[in-house]
Design a protein around this ligand. Structure first.
Ligand code: PRP
Ligand code: URA
Length: 208
């Protein structure tokens, strides 16, 4: 069974309050989602393996440590894009794949429409990024898509989750650990997370 980590940090809580607030405008919303993306990455990467590397400092030669595997960030379009800049800021060597999945507004089932990945994704640590884990259908479909390309080291990174989404992801991908900034109560009858933050893609991009 996969691990579920819900971050507990005053700065993350403070910024989550901002993006939950319906009075927060598009610019502030986008900036804050990106900032939270950066903060959670510090914790998600805590168990990444490193390997020794000989480095010449201005003073002497020493053994330093660098990440063992390349990192690939895979945002789920559209809302996942909002977290990419923050994550990329602290892992600038990471490559970025993209997965297009939207959920049908009636059935809530995911539909794939785009996929583009770096060639060596199979040998990389893969971060599947989407702020919202609602039914879990989109995240599960995205994970299946990267597994088809051979990826085995996969983590899901979200901002707001709920028990329904976590349960589905754990059932369908028990090997993928789940990292969230908040675990909310439930889904409403339209498949929105309660209390949640509304439609994340629309709030990021000013649509609707
Ligand atoms: C939203 C969100 C997730 C998905 C979560 O995307 O960004 O990808 O819903 O819901 P699920 O867990 O029930 O699958 P949406 O389909 O609205 O597309 P968008 O990001 O393009 O707005
Ligand atoms: N997608 C969103 O953007 N928000 C939700 O609450 C659920 C799915």
């Amino acid at each position: 069974m996969s691990k579920v980590v819900v971050f507990s940090h005053p700065l993350i809580d403070h910024k989550m309050a901002k993006i939950r607030d319906k009075a927060t405008d598009t610019k502030q919303f986008r900036e804050t989602v990106s900032e939270i993306g950066m903060l959670v990455t510090y914790e998600i990467t805590r168990d990444f393996e490193t390997i020794p590397k000989i480095v010449e400092t201005p003073i002497t030669t020493t053994t330093a440590h660098v990440l063992k595997k390349p990192v690939v960030i895979v945002p789920i379009l559209r809302a996942g894009l909002g977290m990419v800049e923050g994550i990329h800021n602290i892992i600038p060597s990471a490559r970025i794949g993209h997965v297009g999945v939207y959920r049908d507004e009636e059935t809530l089932e995911p539909h794939e429409y785009f996929a583009k990945f770096p060639a060596d994704i199979a040998d990389s640590a893969v971060l599947i990024v989407d702020p919202m884990l609602a039914t879990g259908g989109s995240a599960s479909a995205a994970i299946t898509m990267v597994k088809r390309r051979g990826a085995t080291d996969i983590r899901f990174v979200g901002l707001v989750g709920c028990p329904e989404g976590v349960k589905r992801l754990q059932n369908e991908h028990p090997d993928v650990d789940i990292y969230l900034a908040a675990m909310d109560e439930r889904l409403n009858e339209k498949g929105y997370i309660v209390p949640g933050l509304g439609d994340c893609g629309d709030r990021l991009f000013g649509t609707k």
